[in-house]
Design a protein around this ligand. Structure first.
Ligand SMILES: [Zn+2]
Length: 207
């Protein structure tokens, strides 16, 4: 027997979430029906608050409800920016406690095939932030796939002949083709320490 329409609607909502197939969506839907009235209120309020009160920081892309905990922290170093392509990576890096600078989240990585241009992913905004905040170092924490590499090289090239701005990227410890969210804290912390400069003038590969 098919679930009645009201339940089917709930199942369809759960199915919109990543990693949730029909079976899980069905299980979650029936579990939701079994919540006590108090739990149901709590559930609805949390969903409502999360979708209505949470904003994305215009500077770094982190989610926040009152003020961005990273950008508003005066102890953090504005002259050092970690560039990520997905704001989820910020949380992952923050958990390592290995970085005390600021962040910038690109809207994805460069991809000619998918029509993602430098303008589209926010490179001009990044350049402006570098200028305004007198940034001295950009640490690129981008995916190690082709598109991530292309983006890293593109940014390194912008500052290739600029002696005032170092461009580095996370180095060893990260397996090729892996996203940051799947890595353990130690691996990420090690990669931050072992980052390599990629916009030095004598780097023949990138000229
Ligand atoms: Zn922020």
């Amino acid at each position: 027997m098919e679930p009645i329409k009201t339940i089917q609607d709930l199942i369809d909502c759960y199915k919109k979430l990543p990693g949730i197939g029909f079976k899980t969506a069905e299980r979650l839907s029936y579990a939701t029906l079994n919540l006590s009235p108090e739990e149901r209120e709590e559930f609805i309020k949390a969903l409502d608050d999360a979708t209505n009160k949470v904003k994305r920081c215009p500077e770094c892309g982190t989610f926040f409800d009152t003020e961005c905990p990273i950008c508003s922290d005066p102890k953090r170093n504005r002259e050092q920016i970690m560039v990520v392509s997905d704001s989820k990576d910020i949380l992952t890096i923050e958990r390592t406690n290995g970085f005390k600078g600021h962040y910038f989240t690109l809207k994805g990585t460069l991809s000619p095939l998918k029509n993602r241009t430098p303008d589209e992913i926010g490179i001009p905004v990044l350049r402006k932030k570098v200028e305004t905040d007198k940034v001295k170092e950009l640490i690129l924490a981008l995916p190690t796939d082709m598109e991530g590499e292309t983006t890293a090289l593109y940014i390194a090239n912008i500052y290739k002949n600029n002696p005032d701005i170092k461009v580095s990227r996370l180095a060893y410890g990260i397996p090729v083709g892996t996203n940051l969210e799947y890595l353990d804290n130690l691996t990420i912390a090690q990669s931050i320490r072992g980052r390599v400069i990629i916009n030095e003038k004598d780097n023949k590969d990138h000229e």
